[in-house]
Design a protein around this ligand. Structure first.
Ligand SMILES: Nc1ncnc2c1ncn2[C@@H]1O[C@H](COP(=O)(O)OP(=O)(O)OP(=O)(O)O)[C@@H](O)[C@H]1O
Ligand SMILES: [Mg+2]
Length: 277
């Protein structure tokens, strides 16, 4: 992909960012059910802890779990994302793609691990692909309680959040929700997210979304988040699809950037078949 095009797209994204109205989850938003007395660190400690084995990390491409040559592309993405999000006061990020299997979940999980290696940050990643949830498979942990049940008010949110280390938490689903589209647009879901933000105070809250071209979940939900990252797959996403979705994304929220995943011809020394702009 030509450098000029990438730069032009980035500039366009910047302009779009300036023109988009305020999202619905500002970090100052009052929460309906704030546990003001519970210190945030205690609340994080109270979450059930899971461990990701080295084998799972290797098998499922969680290369950013520790710093290495393989984590480098994600660390660059992390640093850029952090800088842009801080500059703009953004706290919530949705990761989406045009079609399926582009690597949204892989990128989300790695970005979360890379961010969480900065010990002063609290990072949370929620599996919002409620139609075909897969993050539990990537982390190889089937949760006792699904996040979609917490969104529907059937279980307390904190029962569905699982901690890795001290400053990283995942919201997983053991299976699909019956009404994913309605659930993501429900007022109650907004309230749950505000509660999570107010109680757990994540510096960055990431949502792993379904693909844009095959479901309407993104269109109902993305206007509520601060920014979106579009993941394309070099082997299956066409430029036209990437273009259409980038425009749609810019209509819905601020475009943080576009990642081109699964590049077969990575730059020498990149150490990973992964590219971004
Ligand atoms: N850079 C990469 N190189 C090769 N394979 C990759 C890469 N990134 C992800 N994959 C693999 O591609 C498959 C799809 O990845 P992933 O589940 O992250 O995509 P997704 O966009 O979340 O898919 P879905 O639309 O089903 O949610 C997985 O098997 C994953 O291991
Ligand atoms: Mg996925």
């Amino acid at each position: 992909m030509a450098m000029e095009r990438l730069e032009a797209a980035l500039e366009k994204a910047r302009q779009e960012r300036r023109s988009v109205s305020a999202p619905e989850f500002p970090h100052t938003a009052p929460a309906a059910n704030v546990q003001a007395s519970a210190p945030v660190t205690e609340l994080w400690k109270s979450l059930a802890e899971i461990r990701i084995s080295g084998r799972t990390a290797r098998k499922n491409r969680i290369s950013a779990i520790e710093q290495s040559k393989l984590s480098a592309p994600y660390d660059v993405l992390r640093t850029r994302a952090l800088r842009i999000m801080r500059e703009n006061g953004w706290k919530t990020l949705a990761v989406t793609s045009p079609n399926k299997s582009c690597g949204k979940t892989t990128v989300s999980v790695n970005l979360a691990f890379s961010l969480a290696r900065q010990a002063d940050l609290r990072i949370m990643l929620l599996d919002f692909d409620l139609r075909r949830p897969a993050m539990h498979r990537v982390l190889r942990h089937r949760p006792d309680h699904s996040l979609h049940n917490a969104l529907a008010g059937k279980v307390p949110v904190e029962k569905t959040l699982l901690r890795v280390g001290e400053n990283l938490a995942f919201g997983l689903n053991a299976g699909p929700a019956t009404n994913p589209s309605e659930l993501l647009q429900a007022k109650a879901t907004r309230e749950r997210i505000r509660e999570i933000q107010a109680n757990f105070r994540p510096d960055i809250l990431i949502f792993d979304m379904p693909p844009m071209l095959v479901s309407d979940e993104n269109f109902g939900f993305l206007p509520q988040v601060d920014c979106g990252l579009l993941v394309g797959a070099a082997d299956s996403t066409t430029l036209e699809q990437l273009d259409i979705c980038e425009k749609d994304l810019a209509d819905l929220t601020n475009v943080l950037g576009v990642v081109l995943n699964k590049c077969r011809y990575a730059e020498a020394g990149a150490g990973y078949d992964y590219d971004y702009y």
